[in-house]
Structure formats: structure tokens, C-alpha cells
Design a protein around this ligand. Structure first.
Ligand SMILES: O=C(O)CCC(=O)C(=O)O
Ligand SMILES: [Fe+2]
Length: 475
């Protein structure tokens, strides 16, 4: 052997020591955690020993008991089993399956029944108070969470929110390692809270919840998600302001109203009234371009085919917003003429675009915030999406909307008032042929009247003549 060799062995032993140290630290953590759980359980058992019958007769004791045995005990044992130990066999033989989901559900229902019948306050219950009497028992974060999830499953969202808030209030009560073992953290509870608030369209609350998620999230991915939701919440608030008629003043002084005679030869003979709303992204409003008889024609043909429209996010939020039907231009002379006009106005070729989508909104009907184009996740998808995406949208307003029902563009701070016969045109994709986030839009809930619009989404295929200044030269 050489000293050089010995140094290697020494290093080897050092490495081994490092491993052993980690192993011991792990065991210590486990011992500490087990002691915490044990101490807590012993305290409760001592309390119960005085009068077991009376103890379990109190729902503030029985619910946590069943919940712990049904939900926590299994996870705790599983984690113990992961480490080799002398009494491992004993642990493995332990049977937990006698305590079922039904037991837990019954316990929760019992507690909620008492709350309802005796009109008890949730917070008082959690703190151990049952109608004026203070008990030496409390509900933990995990108990509250179990109650909240039960309520949510049964569609009792409002109550579920209160129990989630209580779960958060109780959070400091349990040591962090125990939460980790049980795979519960504050951010997860806040996320559950936010998801209910999203389905209830309570965006200020969504923003607040995710601001807290951001504080407590440790993983980069969670932080990113929280930031995205905070941004979405902000946009919803702008959207609501726009819907209420608080349009931001248009800033650009280069915007004009004029007669369009340029985008197609035909327009030189029959110019159209054009109002520029935004230059980048490009957005214009044409006035009086769809005649009353044409509007009637579109609506009449669509009526027998109207179906409930549920798209994307709208489905997730089960927000029924409108009925829709396809209108085929080729079925009538009027249709063909209209199609030609849309091409003239937009400068785009409609050969590769689908039918005109006719939408009818009832009172309260809305179109959730969305993009008409899609985003690609990676480079390959990006290339594909450039070939299969919607470069622009033409939105025809067919009826006079009495109250509400604006089309809002939160990222641009502008909202368009439907006026029968006008057509809104905007470009969804920027010059790099990417879906432009600033084109986010929505139809505000209709307050009064009936709202008919027709949308022509324009496919990017074959539009190179019109929009060709792409950043990527390969396109
Ligand atoms: O009805 C509106 O104002 C918006 C419709 C829309 O966004 C669409 O059809 O894509
Ligand atoms: Fe849209």
C-alpha cells in the first residue's frame, strides 16, 4: 500500500461516515416526528381515559379521532415502514382497513348536522366551543380540510371556503414535519381555496389567495403558477371595469376614422366607414357594413341549429354563455356576397377558414376571457401552430344590445359597444406569427335585450400575401 492508496481509503471512510451521518439524522428526524405524534396521541388518550363514552360522544373528539385513524394513521405507518427497524414486522401487520371512508364521512356529516341544527359558528367549534361550553378539544388544520373537501364534493362551496379559511387559521398548530409527512402544506390549501373562488368568479379573492400561495410556495413551478394566476386575476378585474363601462381613454393620437378604399379594389367604388381602435395589435371597427336584411338572414338560418356553446375555460367553469350555430356562406347569394365583403374589409382570404359561427346570448350570457389563437409549448408545436392557427377574427354585431354585452379587451384596456351592422376586426397573431397575448378578450354578461353576434375566425393558412413580415425568416 502507499500513502496515496491510504488517502483513498480514508476518503472512502469519510464518504461512508457522511452517509451514516445522514442516516442517523434521518432516524433522528423520524424519532422526533414519532415522538411528536405520540405525545399528541397520549395526551388525547389520557383525556379519553377519564370517561371514554363521554369522550367519543363529543363530535369535536369523535370526528378528529375517526379522521386521524382513517387518513393520517396509514400515512404515518407507511413512512415508518420505509426505515429498517427491529419492530418493523409488528408495524407491517397492523391493520387499518377497518376504518373506512364511510366512517369518516359519517363523522363529518354528524358534525355539520350539529352545526346546522344548533346554529353553531364554525370558528367556535374549531376552537372547542359547543353552544357556550368550552371543551378541551380542538379541530386541526387537517380536520378542517377534511370537512372542507367533503363540503366541496357536495357542492357546498360557500361553506367549504369558510372551512378552508379555518384550516389556514389552525395551520400553525401542527409541527411542520408532520404536515410534510402527511403531504399537506399551506400553499396547497390556499390553492384549493383559489380554485373555488375561480368557479365563483371572485377574482379579487383569487388574487389574494395566490399572493399568499406565492409567499408559501417553495417549488419554482408553484411560484410560476401563482404569478400566472395573479396576472389573470388582475386582467379579470380590468375586464369587469370595462364591462361596467369604464373604458380607458385611447392614448394613441395616430388613430383615425376614415373611409377604407384601400384594402380591396372593390372598396374604391364602395368605401366603408372604418374606425381604428388600435394599431398594434391591429384592431378596427367598421360601421354599417352588414345590412338589416343580411343580419336577419344570418339569424334565421342559424336559429334551427343553435346549440349550447361550451368552450374551453367556459366548460371548466360550467359557465353557460351562449348558443351557437354554423352559417355556411355558400348556401345563399347573400351569404356569398357577405363573404366577399369580409374578405375585402379584412384583406384576408377566407378559403381555408371555417363557417361563420353565429352566437346568441341570453340574459347573463357571457363569453369567458379567451384567445382566438393558441400558444405553442415548444418549438415543434410552434412551427405547427404557425401553420394551423387563427391569424385574425372578424366579429359581426347583429343586434342592438340594450345593456351590458360589450366585447372587452382587458390587456388593451378597451371595450367595444355592439352596434347592429358593425364589424370588429383584429389580428390575433403578431408579425412573428405568434399568438399575441394582448388580444385576450371576452363578451361581458348581457344585462338586457338579446345579443346576436357572428364570428369569423380566419385561418393563417394561405395568408402570406397579406401578412408576411415574419420575424423568423424560415417562414
Ligand atoms: O361575443 C363577443 O363579443 C365575443 C365573441 C368571441 O370572442 C368569439 O366568438 O371568439
Ligand atoms: Fe373570441
Amino acid at each position: 500500500t502507499s500513502t496515496h492508496d491510504m488517502a483513498r481509503v480514508l476518503q472512502g471512510e469519510n464518504d461512508l461516515l457522511t452517509d451514516l451521518r445522514l442516516y442517523v439524522a434521518g432516524l433522528e428526524r423520524k424519532v422526533n416526528l414519532t415522538r411528536l405524534i405520540l405525545d399528541d396521541a397520549i395526551k388525547r388518550q389520557q383525556q379519553a381515559r377519564i370517561d371514554p363514552e363521554a369522550y367519543v360522544a363529543n363530535p369535536l373528539n369523535s370526528l378528529p379521532l375517526v379522521r386521524r385513524m382513517h387518513m393520517d394513521a396509514g400515512k404515518i405507518l407507511k413512512s415508518m415502514k420505509l426505515e429498517p427497524a427491529a419492530d418493523q414486522q409488528q408495524i407491517s401487520d397492523y391493520r387499518l382497513d377497518v376504518i373506512t371512508e364511510t366512517d369518516l364521512e359519517e363523522a363529518i356529516k354528524g358534525l355539520l348536522r350539529i352545526q346546522q341544527i344548533y346554529e353553531l359558528d364554525e370558528r367556535h367549534m374549531v376552537q372547542g366551543q359547543l353552544s357556550q361550553k368550552q371543551y378541551n378539544a380542538r379541530l386541526s388544520t387537517l380536520d378542517c380540510l377534511a370537512v372542507a373537501r367533503h363540503l366541496r364534493k357536495n357542492g357546498e362551496d360557500e361553506q367549504a371556503i369558510r372551512w378552508l379559511e379555518l384550516a389556514l387559521e389552525q395551520y400553525p398548530g401542527t409541527p411542520e414535519p408532520v404536515y410534510q409527512l402527511l403531504k399537506i402544506d399551506r400553499a396547497a390549501i390556499l390553492r384549493e381555496l383559489a380554485h373555488i373562488q375561480i368557479t365563483r368568479d371572485n377574482w379579487p379573492a383569487v388574487g389574494r389567495s395566490y399572493a399568499q400561495v406565492l409567499e408559501h410556495a417553495s417549488r419554482a413551478q408553484d411560484k410560476q403558477e401563482a404569478l400566472a394566476f395573479i396576472a389573470a386575476a388582475k386582467q379579470h378585474l380590468v375586464h369587469l371595469r370595462l364591462c361596467r363601462g369604464h373604458s380607458l381613454p385611447l392614448v394613441s393620437s395616430s388613430l383615425r376614422c376614415r373611409y377604407n378604399t384601400a384594402s380591396a379594389p372593390f372598396l374604391r367604388l364602395a368605401p366603408l366607414k372604418l374606425e381604428q381602435l388600435s394599431l398594434d395589435p391591429y384592431m378596427v371597427l367598421y360601421h354599417d357594413v352588414v345590412q338589416a336584411n343580411e343580419r336577419e338572414h344570418i339569424m334565421q338560418l342559424a336559429k334551427p341549429h343553435l346549440r349550447r356553446a361550451l368552450v374551453g375555460a367556459a366548460r371548466a367553469h360550467s359557465q353557460r354563455f351562449a348558443m351557437n350555430a354554423g352559417f355556411s356562406y355558400n348556401d345563399s347569394r347573400q351569404g356569398q356576397r357577405l363573404r366577399q365583403r369580409l374578405e375585402d374589409m379584412s384583406g384576408f382570404d377566407l378559403t381555408n377558414s371555417g363557417q361563420l359561427a353565429v352566437l346568441n346570448y341570453g340574459i347573463g350570457g357571457q363569453y369567458y376571457m379567451h384567445y382566438d389563437c393558441w400558444f405553442s409549448q415548444d418549438d415543434a408545436a410552434q412551427v405547427a401552430s404557425i401553420k394551423d392557427n387563427r391569424i385574425a377574427t372578424i366579429l359581426l354585431y347583429l343586434t342592438d344590445v340594450q345593456l351590458g354585452g360589450l366585447t372587452s379587451f382587458p390587456a388593451l384596456g378597451l371595450a367595444v359597444q355592439p352596434s347592429p351592422g358593425s364589424a370588429l376586426i383584429w389580428h390575433n397573431m403578431n408579425n412573428a406569427a405568434e399568438c399575441d397575448r394582448r388580444t385576450l378578450h371576452a363578451a361581458c354578461p348581457l344585462l338586457l335585450g338579446t345579443r346576436w353576434v357572428a364570428t369569423q375566425w380566419i385561418d393563417v393558412k394561405g395568408q402570406w400575401r397579406t401578412k408576411r413580415c415574419l420575424a423568423n425568416p424560415s417562414n
